[in-house]
Design a protein around this ligand. Structure first.
Ligand code: URA
Length: 277
């Protein structure tokens, strides 16, 4: 039977049969194979689940099914085994999501603005975002139902780096970037420091710049406040990695479930250029 998993046992991460939109699953209609649903629910292994299906022991919405490839939407379909509803287990699940701009990082918003959890509406699990990204920031945010995992990712003492690309209103000097690495005091956040900074290739005007910066803490508006301390406004902000897990080619608004390797990457050092600019 599926159980709750922790970062220390990443190879046994449960795969959620998301009924929400995912990058990997196709077709992208919120349905999963019946045998996977039965296996995830702890009824039987996938092979045994196939036998149950072939023997006509499973009904969907009152009808026996025999077809092995049948797909179900667990949030809509009534699936019975031995006349009893098959319920999704409360398993821990982990997603990487590319938050678009103009989306709030919360589970619900009193002002009716779109939230990160709106993208997972079809899920029956109680999902929440791990940490925060500002309304106008985009990029990598983890979505889970595992509070202990979230704590391990967020807590500065655990040392999981969060890496950002920031578009600045000008070109900081080497000394100014060094100041960020030595540490600055920010309003409401105390002393914070960049673990790493790097200039990114400048695609546009010389009056702007893109800087990569990694931090351990997750104070409110931390990156913006740090750059304000050296007299720059952040015009765009994108989180590109958490630990060694990168956003990669995930488009804004898309998400995918973490596999065991992805999961382990979160707790590894990012493979970024650690050299000073
Ligand atoms: N720092 C910020 O200023 N904003 C974010 O969204 C994340 C880090």
């Amino acid at each position: 039977m599926a159980g709750k998993q922790k970062p220390s046992a990443p190879r046994r991460i449960n795969k959620k049969h998301s009924s929400a939109r995912t990058v990997k699953e196709a077709p992208n209609d919120g349905r999963i194979r019946l045998n996977k649903f039965l296996a995830d629910s702890g009824i039987a292994s996938r092979r045994k689940a196939d036998e149950l299906i072939e023997n006509g022991e499973i009904t969907i919405n009152g009808k026996k099914v025999f077809e092995l490839g049948v797909r179900v939407d667990p949030s809509q379909d009534r699936i019975l085994y031995k006349g009893k509803p098959v319920k999704e287990q409360n398993r821990f699940v982990y997603y990487v999501f590319n938050k678009p701009r103009s989306v709030v990082t919360t589970t619900s918003d009193p002002h009716g603005r779109p939230t990160v959890i709106d993208y997972f509406k079809k899920s029956t699990l109680r999902l929440f975002p791990v940490g925060r990204l500002d309304w106008d920031a985009e990029g990598l945010i983890l979505i889970t139902n595992d509070g202990e995992f979230a704590h391990k990712v967020i807590h500065p003492e655990k040392g999981v780096l969060k890496t950002y690309h920031a578009k600045l209103s000008g070109q900081p000097s080497d000394q100014q970037l060094e100041k960020l690495r030595r540490g600055v005091s920010i309003e409401g956040g105390g002393k914070v420091a960049a673990v790493h900074t790097r200039r990114l290739p400048n695609k546009g005007s010389d009056k702007k710049s893109w800087i990569e910066l990694s931090i351990k803490e997750g104070k409110n508006h931390q990156v913006k406040k740090m750059f304000q301390k050296i007299n720059f406004d952040v015009e765009k902000l994108r989180r590109v990695a958490i630990g060694g897990l990168k956003l990669g080619g995930l488009k804004p608004g898309d998400f995918k479930e973490l596999n065991a390797e992805d999961f382990l990457r979160i707790f590894k050092k990012p493979s970024v250029n650690e050299d000073a600019p």
